[in-house]
Design a protein around this ligand. Structure first.
Ligand code: NAP
Ligand code: MG
Length: 484
């Protein structure tokens, strides 16, 4: 089997460690999709040097020239949707349709970030003095690091690297160990677009070694991370030693509140999608439904009807609605979450276990699972399960719904289903989250709006959208006296 290399300074090269690890298909763990470099500290140092060298040239190109390279990579991305989708599905397990959806979303974000770079790199302000021109420019920082997760292994690198690159930074991307091939597909787009050597680099390996070496380096000027709250918090601590700025996109425990006047059919459809698409492994997945008691039974009937239609299987099969979860550690952690729910007295109304028979025996498959009789203090009501598990919490009224929705350590996304505009508005104002929705699921987003959580879900300037470039630039204020 071919061993895949790092991409450093425009070349595919093995790591100095000369060690590799296998990536396995979560739908069939006997299938190794590739061998990848276990990069060490030396590889990171060498990559930083290459990126620093490239920065000298890349940062002084006109933004239009930088955009030309990126647009060429974007057009290759459009051509390669099916090819990239196959790699995402083989590594992450999500269905081919979900993988394509991830790439289409990345295309939209890339289009938006390139156009942002073309007009958002400064501002002219009216001066208080006659004959003075006052303006502010945005300057790139230098070499920046992108640390990506396995759940959106293509979209997240796009969302982070494109604003960094268009603004004139050079970039080192470390994918999650579970999804290196997807990261390599991303990087090949730029190689094939003839991006100058060293501008975008790619090193595989563990977070604890390669990731940590990036985070500790004083030569890295910014770190954009997506992953768990625990790892993100630690990255911030280590990076703060050098005053390196961080942008952390982390976990969620997103609530969908359903009031008794809501359109229950639409709410049930939205909940079943946002809880089980990508096997529930998205940070903005709906993991709690908080619903007024009088409509609980009708809603559950509709929800269960939707969820029972989900066909679990290998994501490459056209009839599959939900693929495996991404790897053994994920499987164990989700199953242990389900066990905690059972032992704390919640009731399973759909699913609840691992699928092990026949075609399922070589993969990591879990049934879509719904818990009812959930109380707000239970583990499954407080902690991110990050799998196909939905907790339904019944409440007496709107005030109680708001309190429960907010009473978690996370603050990423939320949603309310109601036709009562006054209550919807109160919900928007009072819930502590980075994004919220009315009559749309917690997972909905558009490329022009920034994306990020608060509380334990996010830190730093939110990524993507209209703040995408901000994180990767400094401001410089300039005053020119043009009249004597
Ligand atoms: P993770 O374990 O935190 O890993 C994320 C990335 O950090 C991986 O590339 C990982 O490398 C790396 N890493 C691990 N330890 C590190 C260290 N000490 N220093 C530097 N880097 C390190 O998270 P995950 O398990 O991949 O992803 C699941 C989590 O991501 C969930 O909590 C989910 O909510 C969150 N997420 C959040 C968003 C958002 O935008 N808010 C989006 C998607 C996912 P290895 O793979 O080698 O460990
Ligand atoms: Mg992890």
């Amino acid at each position: 089997m071919k061993t895949n290399n790092n991409f450093i300074d425009g070349k595919w090269v093995p790591s100095l460690e000369k060690e590799s690890y296998p990536q396995r298909n979560p739908a069939n763990f006997e299938q190794i999709t590739g061998l990848w470099q276990k990069s060490g500290i030396g590889d990171v140092e060498y990559t930083i040097e290459a990126a620093q060298k490239a920065y000298k040239h890349w940062s002084i190109l006109t933004v239009h020239k930088r955009a030309e390279y990126l647009k060429k990579a974007l057009s290759l991305m459009r051509e390669r949707v099916n090819r990239i989708a196959k790699v995402i599905t083989a590594e992450n397990g999500k269905t081919l349709a979900e993988s394509r959806m991830e790439i289409y979303s990345a295309i939209k974000e890339m289009e938006f970030q390139i156009s942002e770079g073309l007009y958002r790199l400064g501002e002219v302000m009216p001066s208080g003095q006659d004959g003075v021109l006052a303006y502010c420019t945005r300057r790139p920082l230098g070499v920046v690091a992108v640390i990506a997760p396995w759940n959106f292994p293509f979209n997240v690198p796009v969302r982070k690297c494109i604003p960094a690159l268009i603004a004139g930074n050079t970039c080192i991307m470390k994918p999650a160990q579970l999804t290196p091939g997807t990261g390599a597909e991303f990087v090949r787009l730029f190689e094939d677009a003839d991006l100058p050597a060293g501008v975008l680099n790619f090193i595989t390996g563990s977070g604890a070694v390669a990731g940590n070496a990036l985070v500790k380096s004083p030569s890295i000027k910014a770190i954009s991370f997506t992953g768990s709250t625990e790892v993100g918090t630690n990255i911030h601590k280590v990076a703060s030693e050098n005053l390196t700025r961080t942008q952390l996109e982390m976990g969620g425990k997103n609530a969908m509140v359903i009031l008794k006047d809501a359109d229950l059919e639409k709410a049930a459809k939205a909940a079943s999608e946002a809880a089980f698409v990508c096997s529930g492994q998205w940070c903005t997945a709906t993991s709690r439904v908080v619903i007024e008691q009088p409509v609980l039974d009708d809603f559950l009937t509709l929800l269960i009807e939707n969820v029972k239609k989900i066909v679990v299987g290998d994501g490459v099969r056209p009839d599959t609605g939900m693929g495996p979860v991404c790897g053994e550690a994920q499987l164990e952690s989700i199953l242990s979450g389900i066990e905690k729910g059972k032992s704390e007295g919640a009731k399973i109304v759909v699913g609840g276990g691992q699928l092990k028979d026949g075609d399922f025996q070589k993969g990591f498959f879990i049934e879509p699972t719904i818990f009812t009789n959930v109380t707000p203090d239970m583990y499954i009501a407080q902690e991110e399960i990050f799998g196909p598990v939905l907790s339904v919490i019944a409440v007496d009224d709107f005030e109680q719904a708001i309190n429960i929705a907010d009473n978690v350590r996370f603050g990423l996304s939320s949603s309310i289903f109601t036709n009562d505009l006054e209550r919807a508005h109160k919900f928007i104002e009072q819930t502590d989250v980075g994004l919220t929705h009315v009559n749309i699921s917690t997972a909905y987003k558009e490329p022009q709006l920034s994306f990020g959580g608060i509380k334990q879900s996010g830190f730093g300037i939110p990524e993507a959208g209209h703040t995408g470039i901000e994180f990767f630039t400094d401001h410089k204020a300039i005053y020119i006296k043009y009249k004597p």
